[in-house]
Write a protein that binds this ligand. Structure first.
Ligand code: TYD
Ligand code: MG
Length: 448
């Protein structure tokens, strides 16, 4: 045992060691250990604590406040819950500050909102607020990056909601490492979480995510906060998708869809068909699927390009789909449908920058690949969904009928779907092909 009080803290992962080393034994980062306080061991028992019967625990109604933006409210599960802490992450420039400034101004009048900026000047924010025509009656701004100072401001101002833009710029005097480091991030956020819980103030934290740097990013805060929302988008698309990764007060995986316009983020009220690229005529390698992201069906175009590889190992690249799953699907395609893609590089792209996180897009990804391999287009009025199993079977997915109804509503006339998803009653205008195996699915799509 070492003397009490000496310990080294990793500025990357926050891990403790008793001896200084060149490399952190917890996360493997180099030169990241700094002298710090040893973790306090608490073993004391506070006295008589009794378990309470769950049925006897008084239920508090959660109180929700609208942000004035329907799609944002929807992702939150129906509005901001008073006293909750929400983390909003995304790449730089995706529109976090824009959306939160609009949400700060959109709250009911009489609701005091404090916008804390560590990145932009107060003038810049005022200019943006004017341009976005944000209601500024209850809205105050402050430029502050020290959490302890900030908490004093909050105690004085007592806002109902605080926006921190961004949590990476905050630092606490209690920790010696640089702002943006993991230990700073954790300490600053935990002070704010404690403040939110004791005061009933809603706290919105903005966090930048770097493409590769999840470690130093806001991921480490995910377990501390009540809800985690992430923006996803393609860099050149004007659509922005906000997805709830975690939500203690609502459904996870709920999606909100926005369009970035010259006057800020506008909600897209009817998003079901914005992820289609609308070619003038059918092209090989493009297949439409119905995904059910969040609580509504979305028609999404999956594109594939199969190109003769130049020797060596062939490449598999998937944007918007899981890459490992693609390799697995291509192996299934070879073994169970006799279509080999080994001599081809296969690229898959989901149009519009949306990420499909469910397996219902399996069949569409394979159909698009075969369509590209054979250079044979699938008609634009055909829609395809279904999970592909390792035995080449096509498995039904949840909410099949709802997906089919959405496709029919959007003018699709043929659906190739798992047999288990066929509705009991026919759907007007939609020809249904129920399939059991991959081979049958390719036949129904005229790709065999
Ligand atoms: P911003 O909200 O500053 O992004 P973040 O806070 O996530 O880094 O948005 C930055 C981009 O959005 C910037 O490139 C300009 C664009 N933008 C618009 O297109 N319209 C607008 O009304 C605003 C405010 C920004
Ligand atoms: Mg910003």
């Amino acid at each position: 045992m070492s003397k009490a009080g000496t310990s080294y803290v990793c500025s990357e992962c926050g891990g403790h060691t008793l001896k200084w080393q060149g490399q952190c034994p917890a996360c493997g980062a180099w030169n990241s250990l700094e002298a710090g306080a040893a973790p306090v061991k608490r073993t004391g028992y506070a006295g008589e604590v009794k378990g309470l019967r769950l049925a006897d625990v008084a239920q508090a109604e959660v109180e929700r406040v609208t942000t004035g933006i329907l799609e944002f409210d929807r992702v939150l599960g129906g509005g901001l819950v008073t006293g909750s802490v929400v983390l909003i992450g995304g790449d730089p420039g995706i529109g976090k500050s824009t959306l939160l400034l609009q949400a700060a101004g959109g709250q009911p009048s009489g609701h005091k909102v404090l916008y804390v900026t560590g990145e932009e000047s107060l003038q810049q924010i005022a200019m943006r607020a004017r341009r976005l025509e944000v209601a500024t009656d209850g809205l105050s701004v402050v430029a502050e990056t020290c959490v302890e100072h900030l908490l004093q401001v909050l105690q004085k101002e007592k806002p109902a909601c605080v926006v921190i833009d961004s949590v990476q710029t905050l630092y606490s005097e209690a920790v010696s490492s640089a702002p943006g480091s993991v230990s700073q991030l954790r300490e600053s956020a935990s002070q704010l979480v404690r403040y939110a819980k004791t005061s009933g103030t809603t706290v919105l934290l903005v966090g930048h995510v770097t493409k590769e740097g999840n470690i130093a990013g806001p991921r480490v805060l995910e377990h501390m906060v009540d809800a985690v929302l992430y923006f996803e988008s393609e860099s050149d698309s004007r659509y922005r998708i906000l997805r709830a990764i975690k939500n203690r007060f609502g459904a996870a995986n709920e999606l909100g869809i926005f369009a970035m316009t010259s006057s800020g983020m506008r909600e897209v009220k009817n998003p079901s068909a914005i992820f289609l690229s609308r070619h003038p005529e059918a092209v090989a390698g493009s297949v439409v699927t119905v995904s059910r992201e969040g609580s509504r069906p979305l028609l999404i175009e999956v594109q594939a390009l199969a190109d003769q590889s130049g020797g060596g190992t062939s490449r598999r690249l998937a944007l918007g789909l899981d890459q490992n799953r693609l390799s697995m699907l291509l192996a299934t395609l070879n073994r169970h449908a006799g279509v080999s893609a080994y001599e081809y590089d296969v690229f898959i792209n989901v149009v519009g920058g949306v990420r499909i996180s469910e397996t219902s897009a399996d069949l569409a990804a394979l159909a698009a690949t075969v369509s590209s391999l054979r250079d044979r287009p699938v008609p634009q009025t055909t829609v395809v969904f279904g999970e592909v199993g390792l035995a080449g079977e096509i498995r039904p997915v949840a909410f099949g009928e709802e997906r089919l109804l959405e496709a029919a509503k959007r003018g699709f006339s043929h659906a190739v779907v798992p047999r288990g998803n066929l509705p009991k009653k026919p759907i007007k205008g939609l020809k249904l092909s129920g399939v059991d195996y991959l081979r049958g699915a390719l036949e129904a799509l005229d790709l065999a």
